[in-house]
Write a protein of this length. Structure first.
Lengths: 138, 138
């Protein structure tokens, strides 16, 4: 049975369940930062998924990128599957701005998360959820 | 017409042309570090590719990961599509080791490349090429 890694659970809020992945929002207002966690047991690498799951994952990455673009209009999308710290497969999809704290470097390990206020987090999460729920029109 | 970005050209050697992407080896012996550059004009983001090209790209990422695993037996594969510096779409596929200079952080921006000797580079490139050319058996 798939159980979300505890570190991912602590650092994020759940936005929506997609076909393959649970879609999470990082609790760091420095970046519009989504994480896709494919709900498959004991998988650490993309190439360990089936060909079919990989194709679905690619479309979920693409959808997450488009939603971030639509809502935040970033200068660049950064996508990463690292897992050096959290071994459960998860894919970062992050909106980047030339003015953000880590530009042009990657965001990982660039400092402590800047927390959303409770209300901001709820609003951001709801905007993302609404965008994904209407995403059949993309 | 697709023309490989000059910075990518300078930092890599070509290993092989796959169906969608040209497969490059970074001239940095610190990591087994491949780059896939989809041969499509004026594309900066994965979601700008067609659905069909995205599915092919996913399989090329997966194949590159498997080849690195087979040849180097790393502790983890890191995959990244950043493009904050080089705007032409390219995907990093990197073998990571608990003992490498950047572990557990990402590799990007962690220091100057450690050059291969001329012979090492040729040998590494040939090993990769042979692995990809026999990859129908994977």
């Amino acid at each position: 049975m798939f159980v979300l890694n505890q570190r991912l659970k602590d650092d994020t809020v759940e936005v929506v369940r997609l076909k393959l992945s649970v879609l999470l929002l990082m609790k760091d207002r420095s970046f519009p930062w989504l994480i896709l966690a494919p709900e498959r047991e004991d998988i650490g690498e993309i190439h360990e998924l089936s060909v079919k799951d990989r194709a679905v994952l690619m479309e979920e990455i693409s959808l997450a990128s488009k939603v971030i673009e639509m809502l935040y209009n970033p200068d660049k999308i950064n996508i990463g599957a690292l897992g050096n710290v959290v071994p459960q497969l998860h894919i970062h999809v992050i909106g980047r701005f030339r003015t953000d704290r880590a530009w042009p470097g990657p965001v990982w390990g660039t400092g402590p998360a800047e927390p959303y206020s409770g209300d901001e987090l709820r609003v951001a999460c709801e905007r993302f959820r609404a965008a994904f729920e209407s995403s059949h029109s993309f």
